[in-house]
Design a protein around this ligand. Structure first.
Ligand SMILES: Nc1ncnc2c1ncn2[C@@H]1O[C@H](COP(=O)(O)OP(=O)(O)O)[C@@H](O)[C@H]1O
Ligand SMILES: [Mg+2]
Length: 94
């Protein structure tokens, strides 16, 4: 019983993305100084994938990695780790 439950869980874990981002936006600063650095980011990363993130200096690579690592919170959109929405949780702490 436990073995089959574990097998089901790992099968569903493998078929879902480890990280998924949808319509993710991020801004730094407030008021007149508010600057949008990420706009409508959509991606899905699966277990075992090797992904290269490229872009000019200042294009938002580090910002995106810190969002995906849970080190800061995006202002809007959806960010899921193993299917769990973490944006609302992060907003309470970051
Ligand atoms: N903590 C911060 N406060 C305000 N602006 C920031 C901060 N971190 C990064 N930025 C700005 O956000 C933009 C994206 O930066 P960053 O994610 O570091 O880009 P990359 O890693 O692609 O070089 C840049 O314009 C940068 O100046
Ligand atoms: Mg960087």
């Amino acid at each position: 019983m436990i073995n089959s439950l574990l097998a089901m869980n790992s099968a569903s874990l493998l078929s879902q993305p480890i990280i998924s981002a949808h319509n993710l936006d991020h801004y730094f600063g407030q008021g007149d100084l508010r600057k949008q650095v990420l706009s409508d980011i959509n991606l899905e990363l699966y277990k075992g994938e090797i992904v290269i993130l490229t872009g000019p200096s200042g294009s938002g690579k580090t910002t995106l990695l810190t969002l995906m690592g849970g080190l800061r919170s995006a202002q809007s959109g959806s960010l899921k780790i193993l299917g769990q929405e973490i944006l609302a949780v992060l907003k309470q702490f970051c």
